[in-house]
Design a protein around this ligand. Structure first.
Ligand code: SF4
Length: 677
């Protein structure tokens, strides 16, 4: 395949090596951690061996399956974090690979794939009918065309607002009681994608996790039995697992559901008195619960960028949680015995669903000693009365034994599993990811590791600048912020804009932003705040802009070309301490061991991810500037930082940086100016 220049491919030695190692793992029941840095082409490196085992072209005698009698008829599941990658796999990578394999007569029929998404992405004909019947004219005009036709995937329909989608998508109460059961478009779609004839089932991490949780509870699985699992963007899998195995209580959800329940008019002879009484009890207990939880949040020591606030479930809080659960369950039972007019059926079902979810989460918190839990800021709608308007109105928890649960439900399945990502290891070791995910519990003979460095010529094309002049990072120190802003200004001038500044703290970003904007630099200044993805496009079109960013910019954002030629990292990306890290620390002999085995490796993984934003293609050139004194020539982490990053020249002064840019860039680079239309 690598020689198939007709499709734009050129040989990549490391990609071929990786494909071979993945093939070995897929032919057994191994679990492989496959790290493939930018430029390796990891997607094709796993799709090719996966296609070969699926089509029985790779030593079929060795292939293990969930149901061995089905041979290799079962699909390969590919789970990714982002919808963009799922689409690319389904619509670009698999068709291209299929074409090449067909051309070379390796397979005789095209490869097939089914994109699997949650129910909320599909059209429910029953809800659509109900919605259109009661919608206003404008909404009706948008939704009515869906009544005819074969559309089932809501993403394929233009103009649907989130409100309309929410009201016409398949909900949890889709089931045998529906007169259209088995015949509607969604049901036909489901039967089609479940039939197992596809080579690949492509889904997100949550969908795969939901499937394995269903299997562990003997509930109908979401996916057909599969012969192999590939988890791409695997560095995000742990977060997805925390969400799926975790529990949460949202005060706003409690208030919303009670408000809805109070508004229902039940069928003839169905009393509201008991329901109202139970709803009142829930409201008063929910308010008290969050009062208790907020009272336990320590007054001091909060990091300004903290998102998880420690709290304590003491005896009285635990008793309240149990009592609240009883009220929620009692209300759910009352609603089951009641009915509402057809036009309110969806809202009624939503309320029942919310009560079920809240009851389940409260159940998890009755065993709070098995959870790591904390408070977070949540949604703050007007319906919450003043006496309960806590800013920290969401209680979150994750199982302490998450690794054990993943081991029970996923890693111990007798199928090969590949976890791949651009960054999984730290300083050549996968130990921290193995420990956190429970993969470390798997017998060593099933485990293998592969790590392929980027084929890009970092020595030639990249320069690492480590500042010697910025003081020790301390956002509360005005001198530090002033020195940081001045250094950023010097670097941005040296690279003639074309820069991104990658912060670890929104607070620090705000303070530096204020100083830099006051300096009126001759470059478009942009900032990427939480969720502002359109800014990336603006930056890409800005000619020589300077982007201030944090959060998502550290990973998964691809900005090739000259526009990103200077990547400034003000501070080494150590994680903000929170209740999860506090608990993790207790699993080690002390702070020193925890730091060496978790804190520093995780910082290095994140730093590598950040560095990886710079060189995205063979022709990209640029500088990564680290302004943290802990990486300077006197810094404690210098050697580990240098060992973790791709080998390239190291500069310690700005003139060297300027020279590198002048040498590497064409005259056109220095002419770019202002936002392009
Ligand atoms: S079977 Fe489910 S998806 Fe189909 S119309 Fe009925 S409720 Fe909607």
């Amino acid at each position: 395949m690598s020689r198939d220049t007709q499709h734009g491919f050129s040989p990549r030695e490391k990609q071929i090596e990786l494909a071979g190692e993945i093939l070995d793992a897929l032919c057994g029941i191994g679990i492989q951690l496959a790290e493939a840095e930018v430029g390796i082409g990891k997607t094709l490196a796993y799709l090719l061996p996966a296609a070969l085992i699926r089509r029985g072209r790779a030593n079929s005698g060795k292939i293990n399956t969930m149901s061995p009698q089905n041979g290799c008829q079962q699909p390969v599941v590919i789970a990714t974090s982002s919808i963009a990658l799922q689409r690319a796999i389904e619509q670009e990578y698999i068709p291209t690979l299929s074409e090449i394999l067909m051309k070379h007569k390796i397979i005789s029929t095209p490869l097939t794939s089914a994109l699997r998404k949650g129910k909320g992405n599909y059209l429910c004909e029953r809800r659509l009918l109900n919605f259109v019947a009661h919608a206003n004219r404008q909404t009706k005009t948008i939704a009515a065309p869906l009544l005819s036709g074969r559309t089932v995937d809501l993403a394929s329909v233009k103009g649907l607002t989130p409100y309309i989608k929410r009201n016409i998508c398949v909900d949890k109460h889709c089931g045998k009681s529906c007169p259209k059961f088995g015949q509607c478009r969604y049901m036909r779609h489901l039967a089609e994608v479940r039939r197992g004839g596809y080579d690949f089932q492509v889904c997100n991490h949550n969908y795969l996790l939901a499937d394995i949780i269903h299997r562990s509870k003997n509930v109908n699985p979401l996916l057909p039995d599969y012969q192999a699992v590939i988890i791409d963007e695997a560095h995000k899998f742990l977060d997805a697992a925390r969400g799926m195995y975790g529990a949460s209580i949202l005060l706003t959800e409690l208030y919303r559901v009670v408000k809805d329940v109070r508004g229902f008019t039940f069928g003839p002879g169905q009393s509201t008195a008991g329901v109202t009484r139970e709803a009142e009890r829930i409201l008063s207990k929910a308010g008290l619960l969050f009062q208790y939880l907020n009272d336990e949040v320590p007054e001091t020591g909060e990091d300004e960028d903290a998102q998880r606030y420690p709290t304590k479930i003491r005896q009285r809080t635990a008793a309240l949680i149990s009592a609240l659960k009883e009220n929620i369950d009692a209300l759910a039972v009352m609603l089951e015995a009641r009915s509402v007019a057809e036009r309110f059926a969806d809202q009624f079902n939503d309320a029942k669903r919310s009560l079920g979810r809240i009851g389940e989460s409260l159940g998890a918190f009755t065993k709070h000693e098995c959870l790591v839990y904390w408070l977070e800021e949540g949604e703050y709608p007007a319906l919450i009365p003043e006496k309960a308007d806590y800013l920290l109105n969401t209680l979150q928890g994750i199982p302490k034994n998450l690794g054990g649960l993943l081991h029970r439900d996923l890693w111990s399945m007798r199928v090969p599993i590949i976890l791949t990502s651009g960054t999984l290891s730290a300083a050549g070791s996968f130990d921290h990811i193995k420990k956190k995910t429970g993969i470390g519990l798997v017998p060593g003979r099933r485990l293998s590791e592969a790590s392929k460095p980027s084929p890009f010529n970092h020595k030639e094309n990249a320069l690492l600048y480590i500042s010697e002049g910025v003081p020790f990072p301390n956002n509360k120190d005005a001198d530090y912020i002033a020195a940081l802003a001045a250094e950023i200004e010097r670097l941005v001038n040296a690279s003639h804009g074309h820069a991104a500044v990658l912060f670890t703290s929104y607070r620090a970003m705000d303070m530096v932003w204020e100083k830099i904007t006051a300096r009126r630099l001759p470059y478009p200044l942009l900032r990427l705040d939480r969720g502002g993805a359109a800014v990336i496009e603006q930056f890409s079109n800005s000619g020589n802009g300077v982007l201030f960013a944090s959060g998502a910019m550290w990973e998964g954002i691809d900005i090739p070309g000259d526009i990103l030629s200077m990547l400034i990292i003000p501070r080494l990306p150590f994680a903000v301490p929170d209740p999860v890290s506090e608990w993790e620390k207790s699993l080690y002999s002390g702070m020193d061991e925890y730091k060496a085995k978790v804190i520093v490796p995780e910082m290095l993984v994140k730093l590598k991810q950040g560095f990886g934003r710079l060189i995205r293609t063979e022709t990209d050139t640029g500088i990564v500037a680290i302004l943290d004194s802990r990486a300077s020539s006197r810094g404690a982490y210098r050697l580990r930082v240098l060992a973790a990053l791709p080998e390239c020249g190291v500069a310690t002064n700005i003139p060297e940086v300027k020279k590198f840019i002048q040498y590497k860039k064409t005259p056109a680079y220095f002419l770019d100016s202002g936002l392009r239309s």
